[in-house]
Design a protein around this ligand. Structure first.
Ligand SMILES: NC(=O)c1ccc[n+]([C@@H]2O[C@H](COP(=O)([O-])OP(=O)(O)OC[C@H]3O[C@@H](n4cnc5c(N)ncnc54)[C@H](OP(=O)(O)O)[C@@H]3O)[C@@H](O)[C@H]2O)c1
Length: 294
């Protein structure tokens, strides 16, 4: 089997990629703070910011493909820590693209729908970028630097993702479920729209991009949904107490990073290549079956 390096295997998406990729690849996964074991994956502790450490990984393992998911993924944190965000979200991906170029191996990068301002959705790959927060700005810089270093890079713009909690990471649905189960109030935006997918679907899309994509690709889901409507669907499928769910608007909540209203992605290019996100209800039903051991 060929060797695949997955950075950020201790993160939400990296873990989901490892679960699928280890069937067809010899997978090497990196972590930094969060130590973990994944079956059939060789785990490596790497500070990706340290270039000589990163280069050593390439020299020793000699990966035949790389999926780079490691990042500072919280927009509010990046807004308050721009230098750290620049180092991890711009310098590291640029270095990884350079190393992939040196070795002429496929390189997949996880960018974001937050490269757009949210005023002209749905967005296609040809639409101009216009980020409104530092996280989005840094992802745009990373995209540009990677494509300069190595035009064959598959730059995958990911939507909001949800799924089962992993041993060391979770998605936004876990705090939602906990809040409702505790009978507390859960305020969700009626005016913020996304095209979410599950971590498993996203992982399938990235493995497809690894085989078939050079340049930009959108890996959004097929349904545009508000945070509030997503919450309602979650309550229905997971049979959660509904009393706590309250509708609110973006302007009601002050956050460090400005949030675009609607960054729904038009992912028809990926659909034509065989990317097939399931309806959200089916994705959530699969999570219920999984959590009950079915
Ligand atoms: N989650 C979403 O809804 C979403 C949406 C759009 C795009 N994305 C993008 O998709 C990718 C994956 O997101 P995610 O939610 O899976 O992220 P996550 O759960 O926050 O995981 C981040 C990963 O990055 C690693 N990391 C951070 N700094 C590092 C460093 N200096 N050296 C080595 N590793 C480091 C972390 O390792 P340790 O924890 O072990 O330190 C962790 O494995 C990111 O590029 C993110 O920007 C995510």
């Amino acid at each position: 089997m060929k060797k695949l390096l997955v950075t950020g295997a201790s993160g939400f998406l990296g873990w989901h990629i490892c679960q699928l990729a280890n069937r067809n690849w010899e997978v090497y996964g990196t972590y930094f703070y969060h130590t973990l074991e994944i079956s059939n994956v060789k785990m490596l502790k790497v500070d990706l910011v340290n270039f000589s450490e990163l280069k050593q990984v390439f020299n020793e393992i000699k990966p035949e493909a790389v999926i780079h998911t490691a990042a500072l993924s919280q927009p509010n944190y990046c807004q308050n820590n721009p230098q750290e965000s620049y180092t991890i979200n711009v310098n590291v991906p640029s270095n990884i693209a350079g190393l992939c170029a040196d070795n002429l191996i496929p390189c997949v990068f996880t960018s974001t729908d937050l490269v757009f301002d949210g005023l002209n959705a749905p967005y296609k790959e040809i639409d101009p970028v216009c980020p409104i927060n530092i996280y989005g700005e840094h992802k745009v810089m990373a995209e540009q630097k990677m494509l300069e270093e190595y035009p064959q890079t598959a730059v995958c713009r990911m939507p909001l993702m949800f799924g089962a909690a992993t041993p060391t990471a979770s998605s936004f649905i876990q705090p939602f479920i906990q809040t409702l189960q505790q009978g507390k109030e859960l305020n969700l935006f009626v005016d913020e729209f996304r095209t979410p997918v599950s971590g498993t679907t996203a992982a399938k899309g990235l493995l497809l991009a690894l085989e078939k994509v050079n340049g930009l690709i959108h890996l959004g889901g097929k349904e545009r949904i508000s945070r509030y409507e997503f919450g309602r669907l979650l309550i229905e499928v997971f049979q959660l107490p509904a009393a706590g769910l309250k509708a609110c608007r973006q302007e009601d909540v002050k956050m460090a990073a400005p949030r675009p209203i609607d960054v729904s992605l038009d992912s028809s290019k990926a659909f034509a290549l065989g990317y097939q996100p399931l309806p959200l209800r089916e994705e959530l039903e699969a999570l219920v079956r999984q959590s009950s051991g079915g």
